[in-house]
Design a protein around this ligand. Structure first.
Ligand code: MG
Length: 164
């Protein structure tokens, strides 16, 4: 079983992952409203991925014989000004998630829960990728500009994102 402290921390992280899924879905809706179907596609896959993270944590808590308690999800932001601003928000958001995962890992260390530590290694690795991807896309948008042809090309590139 997870300790009470760790169980609480896992419940909170499930909530952060679901809130991330909700935020990306709100961003996808913004992209649709801007006629950027490639951005929307990329963001919808991101939503799926975040839900996948929440489910991985959910499964782990169940397997350990604890009970998941779902916490409320606040209304996500819905106005993002521009595509560059959108990816600034994504990068900031993923940095916050990284800090939360690191804190959860610290709790797993304090509680001497080795199985939780092993599970969280995957999450720590994932965050390196999440930040790198967001930063790369943001840099490309900044370099190419976010209007006209450059924006259409970016939208086409994001439309090509595969299952993950
Ligand atoms: Mg995540």
């Amino acid at each position: 079983m997870l300790s009470e402290k760790l169980q609480r921390a896992f419940n909170e992280q499930i909530n952060h992952e679901m809130a991330s899924a909700y935020l990306y879905l709100s961003m996808a809706a913004y992209a649709h409203s801007m006629n950027l179907p490639g951005f929307a596609h990329w963001l919808e896959l991101q939503t799926k991925e975040e839900k996948g993270h929440a489910m991985k944590l959910y499964k782990f808590v169940n397997e350990r014989g604890n009970r998941v308690e779902l916490l409320p999800i606040a209304q996500p932001a819905s106005d993002f000004k521009s595509p560059a601003h959108l990816f600034e928000e994504i990068l900031n958001h993923e940095r916050k998630i990284t800090a939360l995962i690191n804190r959860l890992y610290e709790t797993a260390l304090e509680e001497k829960d080795y199985a939780a530590q092993v599970l969280l290694h995957g999450f720590i690795e994932e965050q390196v990728e999440e930040e790198a991807t967001a930063s790369e896309i943001l840099e490309t948008i900044r370099m190419a500009g976010e209007k006209g042809h450059a924006l259409i090309m970016m939208d086409r590139q994001l439309a090509r994102r595969g299952m993950h």
